[in-house]
Write a protein that binds this ligand. Structure first.
Ligand code: 16G
Length: 198
């Protein structure tokens, strides 16, 4: 195998869903969240921890298993993962962000920001916070807060006029500490389920 080919494979292995640099620039002092001790995406508090965009190679780092702590994921093959990763990257607007424990090469936290193109608010953008999950064996490291604040600041940086989420009742307090509000008269999340006959 020629040198050029090897380098290509190496790059491809660590291919990111979106450019990583933007996370390093986020200003955590702009979030109402209180971190004790102070941490940020650039400095997550442990030298074995890194906050970064989802990479293609994360299939082998337990990303799908982590998601199954949130809801039903099914058995996703590498091919399915690969094709979905490619589609998301081509479509744009998908900012899946992860925390890796580099000692074990495992994904221990994740959150997704999706960005919708709008006509309203002067052709603005709307962010949605989705699929927030943290490995529950890593409690006490502020990882939930870290991953949510990271993607929330990212939404702001990208020009979203607001960011929305839906969550279980018991998590409302947690999201309130990070600046999210139940807007009076405008706080209902409704679903119609097409995968559930009940
Ligand atoms: C929660 C998640 C949502 C996720 C859903 C899955 C957050 C803020 N919200 O509502 O993103 O898609 O759970 O539950 O992470 P489901 O499988 O019942 O749709």
């Amino acid at each position: 195998m020629g040198m050029e080919m090897k380098n290509y494979l190496k790059d491809d292995e660590s291919e990111s869903l979106y450019p990583a640099g933007i996370l390093q620039r986020l200003d955590f002092s702009q979030s109402p969240a209180i971190f004790k001790p102070k941490i940020s995406a650039a400095q997550p508090g442990e030298d074995w921890m890194v906050v970064r965009p989802l990479q293609r190679a994360d299939y082998d780092k337990g990303f799908v298993q982590l998601l199954s702590q949130l809801t039903n994921v099914g058995s996703i093959t590498r091919k399915q993962f690969d094709e979905r990763f490619t589609s998301m990257k081509q479509a744009g607007g998908y900012y899946i962000t992860v925390i890796e424990d580099t000692r074990t090469a495992k994904i221990i936290g994740a959150a997704t920001l999706t960005v919708e193109l709008k006509f309203i608010h002067n052709c603005s953008l709307r962010g949605r916070l989705e699929d927030v999950v943290v490995n529950d064996t890593y409690r006490g490291k502020q990882l939930g807060k870290l991953i949510v604040v990271t993607v929330s600041l990212l939404a702001r940086e990208l020009g979203c006029y607001k960011m929305s989420l839906d969550c279980k009742d018991k998590l409302v307090k947690f999201y309130e500490t990070l600046g999210y509000k139940l807007e009076p008269g405008n706080s209902n999340a409704m679903n119609i389920r097409f995968d559930d006959p009940s």
